[in-house]
Design a protein around this ligand. Structure first.
Ligand code: GLP
Length: 236
C-alpha cells in the first residue's frame, strides 16, 4: 500500500487525476470504478481539464459506479447518477451508454444487484477503482457490519452516514435510508484501488482502516488485503 500525504486538496486532486489519466492512456478500453461524495470532485475537475486540453480521451472508457440511493432516479439532483453526469460525464467525451450506476429504482433490487455483478464480471472486472471513505470507514455504501458482503446489495444507511450526507439534501429527513452498493467482491477484484480523503476529520478512520485490525466493523480495513492500493490524503 502506498500512503501519500500532500498539503492541499488541489495537490491531492492533481495526483489522483494523473493516476486515472495514466490508466486511461495505458489501457484506453479500461473499466473505471467511480465514486461520489465530495472527496473526488476535485479529481473529476482535473480530468475534465485534461480532456478539454486534448490530453485525455474517454471515448473508449467504460465506468461502473459504486452505489446509488434507493428510490432516487437519475433525474433527481441528489441521485448519484445525476452527480456523475453533473461532475464528470457531461463534460468529457465518454459514451454515456457505457457509464453504469446501480439502479436505485429497480423493482427487484436483489435482481438488480445480481445483474450489476454480472455486468462487472462480463466487462472483465474493474481496472482502477476510485474510492472515498466515510467517517465510519464505509467504502461505497458498505457500512460497518458483522461481515464483509461480497456482492452488490441493499444496505440500511447508518445514522452517522445519513447525518453526514444530509448536507446534500434540504434536511436530514429527506436523505434516503437505504442504498444499493457494490460489495467488497468487485472492489477487491479491481486491479488497482485509489482512495482519496481530505480533511483532518478523516485522519483517524484512515489510521484505523490501514493500520488497525482487519474487521467488517471498519469496512475499508479489507483494503489492507488488496495488492495494489494507493491512498492520497490531504489535511485541508
Ligand atoms: C458517501 C458515498 C461514499 C463516499 C462517502 C464519503 O456515503 N457513498 O462512496 O466515499 O460518501 O463522502 P465525502 O467524500 O463527501 O466525505
Amino acid at each position: 500500500m502506498k500512503f501519500i500525504t500532500v498539503e492541499t486538496y488541489d495537490e491531492l486532486s492533481r495526483k489522483a487525476a494523473d493516476l486515472i489519466a495514466s490508466q486511461i492512456i495505458m489501457k484506453p478500453r479500461c473499466v473505471l470504478g467511480l465514486a461520489t461524495g465530495s472527496s473526488p470532485v476535485g479529481t473529476y475537475k482535473k480530468l475534465i481539464e485534461k480532456c478539454g486540453e486534448g490530453d485525455l480521451d474517454f471515448s473508449t472508457v467504460t465506468s461502473v459506479n459504486l452505489d446509488e440511493y434507493v428510490g432516487l432516479d437519475g433525474t433527481c439532483d441528489q441521485s448519484y447518477r445525476y452527480f456523475m453526469n453533473d461532475n464528470l460525464f457531461n463534460h468529457v467525451n465518454i459514451d454515456k451508454d457505457k457509464t453504469f450506476v446501480p439502479g436505485g429504482c429497480a423493482e427487484d433490487l436483489d435482481a438488480e444487484g445480481e445483474a450489476y455483478d454480472k455486468l462487472i464480471e462480463d466487462l472483465g472486472g474493474i481496472d482502477l477503482q476510485l474510492l472515498g471513505i466515510g467517517l465510519d470507514g464505509h467504502i461505497g455504501f458498505n457500512e460497518p457490519d458483522e461481515v464483509f458482503v461480497k456482492g452488490t446489495h441493499v444496505v440500511d444507511l447508518h445514522e452517522s452516514t445519513i447525518k453526514a450526507n444530509a448536507r446534500f439534501f434540504a434536511n436530514e429527513d429527506e436523505v434516503p435510508k437505504k442504498a444499493i452498493t457494490m460489495g467488497m467482491g468487485a472492489i477487491m477484484n479491481a486491479k488497482k484501488v485509489l482512495l482519496v480523503a481530505n480533511g483532518e476529520a478523516k485522519w483517524d478512520i484512515l489510521q484505523k482502516s490501514f493500520y488497525g485490525p482487519i474487521t467488517p466493523e471498519v469496512p475499508a480495513s479489507i483494503l489492507q488485503l488488496h495488492p495494489d492500493v494507493t491512498v492520497i490524503y490531504s489535511k485541508k
